[in-house]
Ligand binder design. Structure first.
Ligand code: PLP
Length: 389
């Protein structure tokens, strides 16, 4: 798209042309409110109903188990609060220390307000200790574990965790925002109670997302208002966005095989190329247990942000593993939890592909990256001989 090489698809994706085309009428002549009673409104309602079926089909749910929301963050917040709703203020939440802020910061706030929260750690490969998880479920009020990590792409074993939570009677939410559209999901096979997904991660627009709530799972409205979404989420529907999400879900279903094969092959070629041509570069996380599109690489002794700036000059978009806060660079909480040393964590770049990337784009990154790394190493205040600085 417009000369840009976009390798930041875990941050957001562009709106697929078919999605944009399907949305257009609902931003123009088809402006009816789905709750009204005339034909104009009926067409909007029918479009929302059709989208609900498409989103449900992508994850093996029933249409009435899908609630449309405004973003993945809303879906996550609504799910965690619902999961805890049966247990009162003292009900303990179990989650992990590597969740996206949509869950992590909610959990931290709850803890500050007096709710007991267990944060499960990960090992150096980014993986959970399943015995610790099992033990933490005794007497727990709710469990929230992400399916795939947005930074490293590491997959948690939801197929093991969900039956465990079910066995212990603990309502279980999984943040699947990074998985939906990239890997097959079937909630009929996987006893999760709640599952969050977000439109802008799968080529639908920003501002629309969904939450799967299994029939019979506790639910507490997060947005209290009108009767929309079966009385579970007040607010007039974002009809155009929902229509877009429906089409994106259909396209994602058709593209799953491509993600599993071609996207994975491009990611592997990119990763192997970078690791073999750049000195002191390491992959973060278990290489065999990841999303097919994500590669998180640390280039020791240089700043990830500097790499990104130089990549940007070449028209290449990627992300770093640091968040810039008030002038200081705080390494990513995920890499910290994995025990990645400071000098590596700061030099981390995440490259995340989509089925719209091409081999030529991969080759272009492989062409420019070694030069960028070399140049920054020459300027680095940390010599390779004295990494602690
Ligand atoms: N959960 C994960 C794993 C994510 O990667 C993101 C977005 O980056 C979110 C939740 C939040 O989604 P949204 O940006 O739609 O609020």
């Amino acid at each position: 798209m417009s000369g840009t090489i976009y390798f930041d698809n875990n941050a957001t994706t562009f709106v697929a042309p078919e999605v944009f085309e399907a949305m257009k009428p609902f931003l123009a002549e088809e402006y009816g409110n789905p709750s009204s009673l005339y034909k104009l409104a009926g067409r909007a309602k029918a479009a929302v109903d059709a989208a609900r079926e498409d989103v449900a089909a992508l994850i093996g749910a029933e249409p009435d188990e899908i609630i449309f929301t405004s973003c993945g963050t809303e879906s996550d917040n609504a799910a965690v609060l619902s999961a805890l709703s049966g247990g009162g203020a003292g009900a303990r939440l179990v989650t992990t220390s590597v969740e996206h802020p949509a869950v992590l910061n909610l959990a931290k706030r709850m803890e500050k307000e007096g709710r007991p929260v267990t944060f499960l750690g990960v090992d150096s490969r980014g993986e959970l200790d399943m015995d610790e998880l099992r033990g933490s479920l005794d007497g727990a009020g709710a469990l929230s574990v992400m399916w795939a990590n947005n930074e490293t792409g590491i997959l948690f074993p939801i197929e093991e965790i969900a039956p465990l939570a079910r066995e212990k009677g603990v309502p279980f939410h999984t943040d699947a925002v990074q998985v939906v559209g990239k890997m097959p999901i079937d909630v009929k096979e996987m006893p999760v109670d709640y599952l969050a997904l977000s439109g802008h991660k799968l080529h639908a627009p920003k501002g629309v997302a969904a939450l799967f709530v299994r029939r019979g799972a506790p639910f507490r409205e997060f947005l209290v208002g009108g009767h929309q979404e079966g009385g579970r989420r007040g607010g007039t529907e974002n009809v155009a966005g929902i229509v877009g999400l429906g089409v994106a879900a259909r396209l994602a279903r058709e593209g799953l095989e491509d993600e599993r094969t071609r996207v994975r092959a491009m990611r592997d070629r990119l990763e192997e190329g970078l690791l073999s041509t750049c000195e002191d570069a390491h992959l973060n996380g278990d290489p065999g247990n990841r999303l097919p599109n994500t590669s998180d690489i640390s280039f020791d002794f240089i700043e990830g942000e500097s790499i990104l700036l130089l990549l940007d000059r070449e028209g290449i978009c990627a992300s770093s593993g640091s968040a810039c806060t008030t002038g200081s660079l705080e390494p990513s909480h995920v890499l910290q939890a994995m025990g990645v040393p400071y000098t590596s964590a700061h030099g981390t770049v995440r490259l995340s592909l989509s089925r719209y990337n091409t081999d030529a784009e991969v080759e272009r990154v492989l062409e420019v990256m070694p030069g960028i790394v070399k140049r920054l190493r020459q300027l680095s205040p940390f010599g390779r001989a004295d990494p602690a600085g």
